[in-house]
Design a protein around this ligand. Sequence first.
Ligand SMILES: Cc1cc2nc3c(=O)[nH]c(=O)nc-3n(C[C@H](O)[C@H](O)[C@H](O)COP(=O)(O)OP(=O)(O)OC[C@H]3O[C@@H](n4cnc5c(N)ncnc54)[C@H](O)[C@@H]3O)c2cc1C
Length: 384
Amino acid sequence: MSTATGARPRWVDDEGAALSAVARDFFETEVVPHLDRFDRQKHVDREVWRKAGALGLLCCEVPEEYGGGGGTFAHDAVVFSEQARSGDTGLGNSVHSGVVAPYLVAYGSEEQKARWLPGMAAGDIIGAVGMSEPGAGTDLKNVRTRATRSGDHYVLNGSKTFISNGAQCDLLIVVAKTDPAAGRDGISLLVLETAGAPGFRRGRVLDKLGMHGQDTAELFFDDVLVPAANLLGEEGAGFRMMMRDLPRERLVIAVNAVAAMERALEETITHAKTREVFGAPLFSMQHVKFELAELATVVRTSRVFLDDCVERFIAGALDPATASMAKWWLTQNQCDVTDRCLQLFGGYGYMREYLVSRLYADARAQKIYGGTNEVMKDLISRSL
Ligand SMILES: Cc1cc2nc3c(=O)[nH]c(=O)nc-3n(C[C@H](O)[C@H](O)[C@H](O)COP(=O)(O)OP(=O)(O)OC[C@H]3O[C@@H](n4cnc5c(N)ncnc54)[C@H](O)[C@@H]3O)c2cc1C
């Protein structure tokens, strides 16, 4: 894995480095050549998920007994990094392996884990998580989706929006109110198996500023029957489970941020050294050299902070405030760096055929999802 420091991060061991090489090859050969098509169709081919699964690139941290890689967060993180470096944001593996699988591992019953995780690791089952609703994004305890117990089932009614992998998901963790009077203690997580579920409907695949190959969608539930056995953890414990897992989700976003900005910088240095203006390489201009020197500094310091956070997380010592710092600061840097890199490409930077344009547009959502950056600052301030 090549990084801004030039060295392999301490959290990447030999096995991680080997996995990184497999992942890089996979994205270069199986994904990057098809990016434009994935953008147009607004999703990646199912086959891509299956190929990733066959190569061991999905659910790397899931224990082997459930079909996963039996690794640590580091193994998933090298795969996320290689994907971000490649410029692909269509394959929703950060949600699939970085959010959904860890929820199932942490809170699923033996039966649930054995039923769903092997398919997720193989790429046969695509996972998604439905928290956001038209009236509840940041303010999650305001979700309106209702799950009412009726015998052996819950009856699910409501809707979700902005759901990554929404159009293709087979397994959806739905955040729903099981006891509307109980506030945050009335929120539960239900696992909906979407195939042929009566009353479940997928809405539009949303038109976005970037991330065009990602099937972000609206979802609707109209008296959908979910077996009571599909409750994840305890009834009413949904909010607490979500809060406990937030540092991981924020770190996944931060991992992607740093890998993407490292790639943007590399592309821009190459461009500045090869593009001629006024009979000399762009790189010979003092402004360009200074700009790149500043960007290289931002990217390097970002890498160092990220690596520290990943090491802490693997050691079980990443506190929520530091995870929030990583999320807001690294995604802010990602947006600033890709913007300044794009500028150095001139008009070419604005053209979709240039990777930097994709890196710039795709970066923007990073400041919004996973808890907005304003929320991150609010959380940090509470720790001060
Ligand atoms: C590409 C993409 C993919 C996504 N994928 C998923 C997914 O897979 N699953 C899912 O459930 N959701 C997903 N989301 C939704 C995302 O998590 C929400 O958009 C996000 O949480 C913000 O909620 P909101 O859009 O309702 O904005 P709002 O909550 O309406 O916020 C609007 C603005 O107000 C600010 N604000 C709100 N409350 C406060 C506060 N207390 N203090 C300071 N400022 C505040 C926000 O920071 C923001 O700037 C995705 C979004 C995008 C763009």
